[in-house]
Design a protein around this ligand. Sequence first.
Ligand code: SF4
Length: 145
Amino acid sequence: MEVPDWKDYYERMKEASPLVIHYPICGGGDECISACPFSGEIWEVVPMKVSLFGVGYRVRLRPFMKNPEACRRCYICVQACPTGALRPAESPVRHPALTFIKSALTLPFKKKYGLSFVFRKEHVERFKRNNFGGGKIEGGTGLQD
Ligand code: SF4
C-alpha cells in the first residue's frame, strides 16, 4: 500500500482535530505524545512521507490524533513540542523556517520542556526509530504502551 504524503495527514487533522502538525519541521521525538496526559486515548504514530527539517523526503513515523474527540484542549503537547510544528488548529504554522529557528533558539531557555526533556532517553530512541527505522512500528505506538 502506498504511504501517504504528510499533507494528507495534515489535512485530516485540520478537518477533525483541535491541533495541526506542520510535519516537515516535526523532529519525530514524540515529545507531544509523552507530555499529553491522555496520550493513549488520543495519539498514535503513523507512517507518512516527509522530510526531516527539509532533508531526506521518505517514509518516517509521525504523531497523528487517532481520536481528537478525546482531546481536552489543554495544549500541554503544544508547549512540549520543541520545534513549533504542533499548533492549535486556529493558529497553524505560517512560516515554517522562522518557526523552527525561533523554537530552536528558545529551547535552551524553556523551563519544563527544554533540552533535558528533549534529550530524555525515550525521546532519543523515538527520534531514531521514527526517522531511521524505515517506517516500521515495533514495540508499541505510544510512549505509554
Ligand atoms: S491539547 Fe492536551 S489533551 Fe489534547 S492532545 Fe494536547 S496534551 Fe493531549
